[in-house]
Design a protein around this ligand. Structure first.
Ligand code: ADP
Ligand code: ADP
Ligand code: MG
Length: 660
């Protein structure tokens, strides 16, 4: 066994690997870029080696720097995590030449599976069912049209070297192919330096189901069942679960057998994932194999009790697998939510910045018999930078059955407090409460189907409205008691939306009774955990436990329970009446302004003072999260002034251009 391992990665996955190494008594080294000098991974590792500037191409992607760091520290093996160098056969080969162990599969397996055309051919030979289509390169657009018509529409045009959801396009008819083929080819050339394209049948409304495999250097391969990852946005996974609600025992066995056959054919000797698309009728077709640890591996660990990072380390050290297929079983159900720094209320735009508050739910066993796990690489006060993946953490829950795991996820998300940047926690909470997700009728089109106009939060249920009223009253009562001890009044009016709700507040031994005067019922609030300044309000309402996100707002509070958010004001009756008579506040006239939709770096400002601009023309390009976002004029006009220049950092809503 190794005594020291170097982790060639950052963030949550570096922290995840360090945890297992610690448990196994293995010393750890992490490499870090300028942006990560004070990171949690650097703090936790036994040693840390600086390898260069923030952009990955100048640090985490430099094999030379990583090998140099191994020499310097005496690390005997490298765990690459995922992303970066994890699927780079050349890197694995170089380590081997240097006498350093790569904690991953052999370079030949990486090379064989790294290319979609080659891996599809390989899979077909190994008896794996592949998506019907043309397994080979395509010369030109005319050839592409001919093949598409042979396969039958719709088809998917794919870059052989593609990955991360890039280089993929659906074509529904001849025109789509004529447009799409050159477009995918150009994107593939630009992103991967490889313009080989192939075409396969587009499986309509499919599900994404993948099999976790694990092999050793002695010819043993097992599978650790499936994960379903159908909740995707732009072909990128957002929520994953294990097992899949679609599979029956026979299909599970058939998929597992095929995944093992493929792994064996390619001499696979580490943890890897065989991805399939599946029809609602449980037909399934091979997509690709990822020759690395997968982002969503925690759900598999939760249902099998196997630590995949430990197994990767053991097999890399030459140990044979200590268990067989017959020793493995699915226990319970697990869900993972990827918590991203993106603003769901603004089209999921990236939202970088400082984690002014970061309060994850407690990990471990919950009172209701579930388990909460949070894989994170950040602490309160850390920055989510624009250089890397915008993931804040991966929140997972386990429970004996699917419904309980979903409810545990909903409850854990309720308690997750993040402030300082936009994040998708409310969106994830809405998914957990949504009927189709709960029913398990999933498809990769789920988000587009259920949220066709984007995300705007959800309408409060009766219970959630009660939570909003009761929490606001309790916070108000607490603040009033502090200001006027023992002399606080009890009659108030709660202003919620366009409703005025008269209430009477009566402290009880366990909490507070909120009497709804007109409805004639009482909200009994007990077990309250909240002090002024806290951002999460926890308690029981009529016995039912809940947590809500709260923050002060003008004369009241904003209370969010899951995805239902409301501004709630607790006023005297007179004051409430006055409020109703005030004219509604005018929103600022922003029609003449072009604002930056997110914080980022101005790459270019493409207009000048006095210039005439037409709707749709590019005004500026802002870079955030490795993505360039083109900001276009939403109307015709003449530029009156320009508020930023190339090279500036801008905040969200900062004025880029004002029209006359
Ligand atoms: P999956 O593993 O399920 O296929 P992805 O394709 O999203 O999911 O995972 C790989 C991606 O993870 C990489 O392409 C990269 O963008 C991202 N990644 C790489 N390193 C890290 C890291 N340290 N933390 C979070 N994400 C990372
Ligand atoms: P990547 O390397 O970017 O992960 P994949 O080949 O795994 O590319 O495809 C990503 C996603 O695109 C899949 O999870 C699935 O949702 C969708 N997809 C890929 N191929 C097909 C297909 N033939 N039919 C329908 N959907 C597909
Ligand atoms: Mg994939």
């Amino acid at each position: 066994m190794f005594s020291k391992i170097l982790i060639a990665n950052r963030g949550e996955i570096a922290v995840r690997i360090i945890k297992t190494c610690r448990r196994l008594g293995i010393a750890t080294v992490v490499v870090y870029s300028e942006a990560d000098a004070d990171s949690m991974a650097v703090e936790m590792a036994d040693e840390a080696v600086f390898i260069g500037p923030a952009p990955a191409a100048q640090s985490y992607l430099l094999a030379d720097k990583i090998i140099e760091a191994c020499r310097q520290t005496g690390a005997q093996a490298v765990h690459p995590g995922f992303g970066f160098l994890s699927e780079n056969a050349g890197f694995a080969r170089r380590l081997k030449d240097e006498g350093i162990v790569f904690i991953g599969p052999n370079p030949e397996a990486i090379a064989a599976m790294g290319d979609k055309i080659e891996s599809k051919k390989f899979a077909a030979k190994a008896g794996v069912s592949t998506v019907p289509g043309h397994v080979g390169e395509i010369d030109d657009t005319a050839h592409a049209v001919k093949i598409a018509e042979e396969i039958g529409y719709p088809v998917m045009i794919k870059a052989s070297a593609g990955g991360g959801g890039k280089g993929i396009r659906v074509a529904w008819d001849r025109k789509d192919v004529e447009e799409g083929f050159p477009a995918v080819r150009a994107e593939a050339k630009a992103s991967f330096g490889d313009d080989r394209i192939f075409i396969e049948k587009f499986i309509e409304s499919p599900r994404h189901i993948e099999i976790q495999v694990l092999g050793d250097k002695h010819g043993h391969v097992v599978h650790l069942f499936e994960r379903e990852c159908s909740i995707q946005r732009r072909n990128q996974k957002v929520v994953e679960e294990a097992p899949s609600p679609l599979l029956d025992e026979a299909t599970r066995k058939a998929m597992g057998d095929q995944a093992i056959a493929l792994a064996q054919a390619v001499g696979y000797d580490s943890a890897g994932t065989v991805e399939f698309v599946a029809g609602q009728d449980r037909s399934f077709f091979f997509l690709e194999m990822n020759t690395r640890l997968q982002v969503e591996h925690p759900v598999t660990e939760l249902i099998t009790g196997v630590d995949l990072v430990e197994q990767m380390i053991r097999v890399a050290a030459g140990e044979p697998l200590a268990f067989t297929q017959a020793d493995l079983a699915i226990k319970g159900w697990a869900i993972e939510s990827r918590i991203y720094a993106e603003d769901p209320y603004r089209g999921f735009l990236p939202s970088i910045g400082r984690l002014v508050r970061y309060g994850p739910p407690p990990e471990g066993d919950t009172a209701s018999g579930a388990v909460v796990r949070n894989d994170a690489g950040v602490r309160e006060g850390d920055e989510i930078s624009m250089f890397y993946d915008p993931m804040i953490s991966k929140l997972s829950t386990w429970a004996p059955d699917r419904m309980a795991a979903i409810d545990a996820m909903g409850a854990a998300l309720e308690q997750f407090q993040i402030e300082g940047l936009g994040h998708n926690v409310p969106f994830l909470a809405a998914v957990m409460d949504e009927a189709r997700f709960r029913s398990g009728h999933l498809a990769t089109s789920y988000i587009k189907d259920q949220f066709p106009d984007g995300f705007r939060g959800t309408e409060a249920t009766a219970f959630q409205r009660d939570v909003q009223v009761a929490a606001a009253c309790a916070m108000h009562h607490r603040l009033a008691e502090r200001a006027w001890p023992g002399r606080g009044r009890d009659a108030w009016t709660v202003a919620l939306g366009d409703q005025d709700i008269p209430v009477r507040l009566a402290p009880t031994a366990q909490g507070l009774d909120v009497k709804l005067v007109e409805e004639g019922r009482t909200l009994a609030l007990t077990d309250v955990v909240w002090r002024p300044g806290m951002g999460v309000f926890a308690g029981r309402l009529d016995g039912q436990a809940f947590s809500a996100q709260v923050r002060p707002a003008a004369e009241g509070f904003v209370v969010r329970h899951r995805a239902a958010e409301a501004q709630v004001r607790v006023l005297t009756e007179t004051s409430a009446k006055l409020h109703r008579r005030l004219p509604p506040r005018q929103a600022a006239d922003t029609a003449k302004l072009v604002l930056s939709p997110m914080p980022g770096l101005v790459v270019s400002l493409d207009v000048t003072e006095g210039q005439e601009v037409k709707v749709g023309e590019t005004v500026a390009i802002i870079e955030a999260m490795k993505m360039q976002n083109i900001i276009r004029a939403e109307r015709d006009g003449v530029v009156k002034s320009v508020g930023a220049k190339a090279g500036d950092s801008v905040a969200a809503d900062e004025v880029l251009v004002e029209f006359a």
